[in-house]
Design a protein around this ligand. Structure first.
Ligand code: 0RA
Length: 628
């Protein structure tokens, strides 16, 4: 009887998932599709977390199915006493089945994902699970939450184990979808770094590309790769780890001669973008221990103030990785670690680890402290300069001369176009609807913001004019309410230089005006790449693929003009293709993945010019579609 009741409940549960997929996976867009892969992957990673799996393979098949294979223990195949079904069926058809097998010591439950792999079943047109366990191979097929077959033994094979899950997202739910391969690649690489020694393979059958990630150095290697283009204060990353009361903590640090701070934290393999108690514990210990050492060695003199945390962290790239049995995720995006007990554990590990490192590497310790003192000086000088500037009231009140403002004064529905170059700026000024569109042309190269302090950035004419045009003020004086426009639109040429300037501007916004990105105010204009004239009709194309498709369809010869720069378009063309809200394509810039962004920025902004050029060439598509 219980069997029947359970079966009915299962159908109801998974029907609910299909009715309101957004409640379980956030969205039914591309992110939702990616969530399905994450969900299956999390189960394999959980096996790796308990040391039961050291190899994972993800395949995107030509027919758009996805397969995730691991060599973990395999989903249990025996009959579940309460439920009267096989373990495989329980896991695949019961919401939150994780709790039914609660003998896992780490898990991602309650995290970003953690809704359970049954949700993937519910939202897949078809799904096949194969388990290799106890010398046999088993298989069961599912579709849209129901089982299609019973669990069958398909053959015997000794000395192998693991789980293989293949699924295809349901078009009834997701419509036409595409996988975000750059994002998947990034996530798999990140997971390989976070789980030292774990081998993760990504096979993209369509492109015939296979990538393999395995890092014996774990997060230490991660920090090294993130800072490979930086001038470093010490040759190898600082690393320490500890396991205490079932909590595992590891930290890798690299101090560099740059001015920004990059900090990435993870809890049970989830990127805790909003930070949390592990990050607080780390910061407290770093500040306290560095001051203590500086005083004891008299690098910090009696008359000197204590170093502030943010002065010590200037130029620091840090990864904080923790694992704990019952993680609690809080915050707006559920990416803030809430467990209070972890703060003290991380504080202690950092304190002890740093003290030992400083004592064994006095020269490095001195250079870190001297750099912090320098940062504090610069901060105080900048503060004085700002006070003076405000007194003069020059910077903040008069709008830049080259700004062609719109006539509407209320910010609502207005737009500020930041345009590369005077000639394009001229076209944009003639093309615009002056009622709600303002134009700010930029001249020459803007400052590389990654490599300079804020005080220096404020001296840069081009950046200064952006700040005054926006009206928000900066740093302590920033106020989003003072924004003079609703949208800020970056409009650059569709070439490599354009991509570079766009990346510089994005860095500038990302580092100094993140709330503008968070609240969806920053956009990228998409000028067309080609104009095709056939007879009297004109068509514009924004990607090479779209043009190729059109050419294939037509077969006849058409005349194609490639736009190299915005300046080549006359005002009417510019309006029709790029500025008219009715036709244009705007890309909203969002901080979805600070790590991905920073990865990109540090390569783009690092001192190795060739690495940067190659990166832009290889990734120009990704830069245009930048997910930051
Ligand atoms: C429930 C219990 C156990 C493992 C799993 C589920 C499991 C699920 C998936 C999904 C993909 N790969 C997986 N690997 C394992 C524990 C099994 C045991 O104690 O032997």
């Amino acid at each position: 009887m219980t069997y029947k009741a359970d079966q009915i409940k299962v159908l109801e549960d998974l029907e609910a998932v299909r009715k309101r997929p957004g409640m379980y996976i956030g969205s039914t867009g591309q992110q939702g599709v990616m969530h399905l892969i994450d969900e299956v992957l999390d189960n394999s990673i959980d096996e790796a977390l308990v040391g039961e799996c050291d190899e994972i393979e993800v395949t995107i098949h030509e027919d758009e199915k996805v397969t995730v294979i691991d060599n973990g223990r395999g989903i249990p195949v025996d009959t579940h006493a309460e439920k009267g079904m096989s373990g495989v069926e329980v896991v695949m058809t019961t919401l939150h089945a994780g709790g039914k097998f609660d003998h896992k010591s780490y898990k991602v439950s309650g995290g970003l994902h953690g809704v359970g792999v049954s949700v993937v079943n519910a939202l897949s047109e078809w799904m096949r699970v194969e388990v290799q366990r106890d010398g046999s191979r088993y298989r069961q097929d599912f579709a849209r939450g129901d089982s299609l077959t019973e669990l069958e033994k398909i053959n015997t094979r000794k000395n192998a184990r693991g789980t293989q899950v293949t699924f295809i997202p349901d078009e009834e739910i997701f419509g036409e979808f595409e996988y975000d391969l750059p994002k998947l690649t990034h996530r798999l690489r990140e997971l390989a770094y976070l789980n030292k020694g774990l081998k993760i393979k990504l096979v993209n059958e369509d492109a015939d590309v296979t990538k393999s990630f395995r890092y014996e150095g774990g997060i230490k290697e991660y920090v090294a790769s993130l800072t490979e283009n930086e001038e470093r204060l010490h040759p190898d990353p600082i690393y320490f780890k500890k396991e205490e009361d079932g909590n595992f903590v590891e930290i890798a640090l690299q101090f560099n001669k740059k001015y920004s701070e990059s900090q990435f934290s993870f809890a049970n393999n989830i990127n805790t973008q909003e930070g949390g108690n592990h990050v607080t514990g780390f910061k407290t210990a770093l500040t306290k221990m560095t001051n203590k050492y500086g005083r004891s060695k008299k690098i910090l003199k009696k008359k000197d103030d204590n170093l502030r945390g943010r002065d010590i962290r200037e130029g620091l790239t840090a990864i904080i990785n923790v694992r704990l049995p019952e993680p609690e995720f809080e915050g707006q995006t559920k990416t803030k670690l809430g467990n209070p007990e972890i703060r003290e554990v991380v504080r202690k590990v950092t304190s002890e680890g740093l003290e030992e490192y400083y004592n064994n590497n006095p020269k490095v310790a001195r250079s870190i402290i001297e750099k912090s003192i320098e940062a504090a000086r610069a901060r105080n000088a900048a503060k004085k300069a700002r006070k003076l500037a405000r007194k003069n009231a020059l910077i903040s009140t008069s709008l830049p001369g080259k700004l062609a403002d719109c006539t509407q004064r209320k910010a609502e529905d207005t737009e500020l176009y930041i345009v590369e170059g005077d000639s394009a700026g001229g076209s944009a000024k003639s093309a615009r609807d002056r009622g709600f569109q303002a134009i700010l042309p930029l001249r020459g190269k803007i400052l590389n913001v990654e490599k300079s302090r804020m005080s220096k950035q404020l001296e840069n004419k081009e950046l200064k004019s952006i700040i005054t045009a926006m009206g928000t003020g900066v740093q302590d004086h920033f106020s989003i309410e003072k924004m003079r426009y609703e949208k800020i639109i970056i409009m650059t040429d569709a070439d490599i230089d354009g991509a570079h300037i766009r990346a510089l501007l994005l860095t500038f916004f990302y580092r100094n005006f993140q709330p503008l990105i968070d609240e969806g105010h920053i956009f990228i204009a998409q000028p067309p790449l080609y104009k095709v004239q056939s007879g009297k009709s004109k068509k514009y194309f924004y990607t090479d693929e779209a043009l190729a498709e059109y050419r294939d369809e037509r077969k006849t010869k058409v005349s194609v003009q490639r736009f190299k720069g915005l300046g080549e378009m006359n005002p009417t063309q510019l309006w029709d293709t790029t500025m008219n809200p009715e036709n244009r394509i705007l890309k909203k810039v969002s901080v979805k993945d600070a790590l991905q962004a920073d990865d990109l920025f540090s390569t783009l902004m690092g001192s190795d010019v060739n690495a940067r050029k190659n990166f832009i060439k290889e990734n120009s598509n990704q830069i245009t579609n930048l997910d930051i």
